[in-house]
Design a protein around this ligand. Sequence first.
Ligand code: HEM
Length: 410
Amino acid sequence: MTTAAEAPADLVVDFDIYDPALTTPVDTVQQRAAELAAKGPVVYSTAHGGHWVVTGYREIHEVMRDHETFSSYPNNLVTTSAGFGKFIPIELDPPEHTGYRLALQPLFSPVRMKALEESIREVVNELIDGFAGRGEAEFISEFAHELPARVFLALMDWPLADAPLFTEATDVILTGVPGGTEEESNAARGQAAFSMFGYFQQVLDDRRANPRDDVTSQIITSEFQLSDGTRALTDEELNRMFFLLLIAGLHTVQGSLAWSVIHLAANPEQRQQLIDDPDAIPAAVEEILRIEAAVVPGRRATRDTVLGGVPIAAGDQLILLLCAANRDAAEFEDPEELQVNRLPNRHLSFGSGAHRCIGSHLARIELRLALEELHRRIPDYRPVESEPPVLHASQVRGCVRLPITFTPES
Ligand code: HEM
């Protein structure tokens, strides 16, 4: 493994994606990412025992497409103390990964996505009903957190009333204990994960005892071609898969909704285009995804290799700053600028290769419907200046608090 002493001296930096100081002001991560990118597409950070930080568009693409040289395990720089094992399927490499990925397909089929669309619009409007007459809202707790939590439950065919159960657990899992030590945060993460597993196990026990005509029952009872033969998934595998779906689908969408508000309020002329022409919204969604990629995937080198001209040793850990790749001037013109009509827009926010986000269609639907309804109902939203957004760093970046004001709906 490469140590800081062995890495090229001009590429050694002190950058910790989990550092709470990266969250204020809102563009701190992007500024730091730009500084790292200016040193080169691949730099070495001393944080977390030493790891590489990849910022170049081409290099990140290369890593994500070569799962033989760059394993997805471990994907996280920090681990829970509880040792729950690998997240499925994200921390498995092909061919082991393939069967599990197929097991998830029924959840995300185009027919299912289409069917969900109507209920998602209903949820969006119900949530907006809750604050539209007031002229102000805390956008995260009243909208951006609730929407993906309820959509996740609808996706799984689980009761919408259970949404609050997820709120605290998923926040702790991602952000740890604000102001706490790394140990305290890890212990809290372990405990929160444990309570989620308890919930999943109840669902599994219930569906095994009373199979229904729903997608969860379908996944539980189907057989899949896995590396140790054709069989149904075990409870433990299902638990780890549900858990990944939950954390992959919530804070990513939450953050992207918050960034939509922040960037569009800061660019009122572009926002006006979306108000005047809702058909412009899908392209705007892509641009929001580009300018603030939420996920920072991790990989580990399985063999010695060279990336972006830098020697990487077997066993080295890497993180991929998708938010930097998406602002790589070699790929995007004026990358720092929001351009809601940007075309082409080959951003890497959903990843690439074997692990490309399986929920990307769902995420796009959620974002599009949210932007359609928000611009129809409270189009002049703006963050409250005296209470700036509270962001969080980590390998899923996002926003935990965003007070807004707007003209109340009459
Ligand atoms: C704006 C929202 C989202 C963003 C930016 C996003 C981003 C990503 C990225 C970058 C990856 C690849 C990670 C890697 O290669 O290590 C990924 C994988 C994944 N995402 Fe998403 N995601 C979003 C929403 C969702 C939603 C809504 C779901 C499901 C409810 C979801 C489920 C998954 C799953 C299961 C994987 C793992 C796929 C595999 O390993 O084959 N994501 N996502």
